[in-house]
Design a protein around this ligand. Structure first.
Ligand SMILES: CC(C)(COP(=O)(O)OP(=O)(O)OC[C@H]1O[C@@H](n2cnc3c(N)ncnc32)[C@H](O)[C@@H]1OP(=O)(O)O)[C@@H](O)C(=O)NCCC(=O)NCCS
Length: 166
């Protein structure tokens, strides 16, 4: 893949990148659906906000969320998840603006680098991340293990049906 940096586009006039509020939940859940991402229930989002209130971001245009991203910070490692932009507003630099802001907030917490995961066939995401200066980590194998919840009153466990979250 070509490693040329995209020129920083001017995002749509009036675009605001701000922290998520619970009132955004429906719109952001819809965006996760559009991006074929897991949709966290409101309670999970509330829990996340207790931990990282300023790392769940929304791109707002004319009062409506049109994009979103989640940053993760464990005190040592920084990550970026769930970057999505509504199809009506794609290719206008909104994802770049979201990434810039979440990276800025992660740096402010002490992050020296940021990692992210994406599906190897997601060409658009790969192009975007390359254009924003991300590199492939050659030789890294991504491993995971389900930790399924026990259903109440049952001996069976619930298994993850979807692929690990991007
Ligand atoms: C990936 C996604 C977030 C990009 O959002 P976006 O706002 O359209 O991206 P930007 O306008 O900021 O694009 C910046 C650069 O990324 C690359 N890019 C973005 N979309 C592209 C496309 N459809 N084709 C080729 N390159 C693309 C280009 O280099 C672009 O710069 P340029 O327009 O100057 O050439 C959006 O397509 C999306 O929501 N996809 C579905 C969800 C998803 O796959 N998210 C990533 C999960 S890890």
């Amino acid at each position: 893949m070509k490693k040329t940096r995209a020129k920083t586009r001017r995002a749509p006039a009036g675009l605001k990148i701000r922290s998520f509020r619970m009132a955004d939940y429906e719109a952001v859940a819809e965006l996760w659906g559009i991006g074929k991402m897991e949709i966290d229930p409101p309670e999970q989002v509330r829990q996340r906000m207790k931990r990282d209130r300023d790392l769940l971001l929304v791109a707002e245009l004319k009062g409506k969320p049109i994009g979103s991203v989640i940053g993760g910070w464990d005190g040592r490692r920084a990550s970026v998840w769930r970057l999505v932009v509504h199809p009506d507003f794609q290719r206008r630099g909104v994802a770049q603006a979201l990434l810039r802001e979440v990276e800025k907030r992660l740096r402010a917490k002490g992050a020296l680098s940021v990692f992210l995961l994406t599906w190897h066939k997601n060409d658009v995401a790969l192009r975007l991340y390359h254009s924003c200066g991300y590199h492939l980590c050659e030789g890294i194998v991504f491993m995971y293990k389900d930790c399924p919840k026990r259903r109440k009153g049952s001996n069976t466990t619930r298994r993850r049906k979807s692929r690990p979250e991007e």
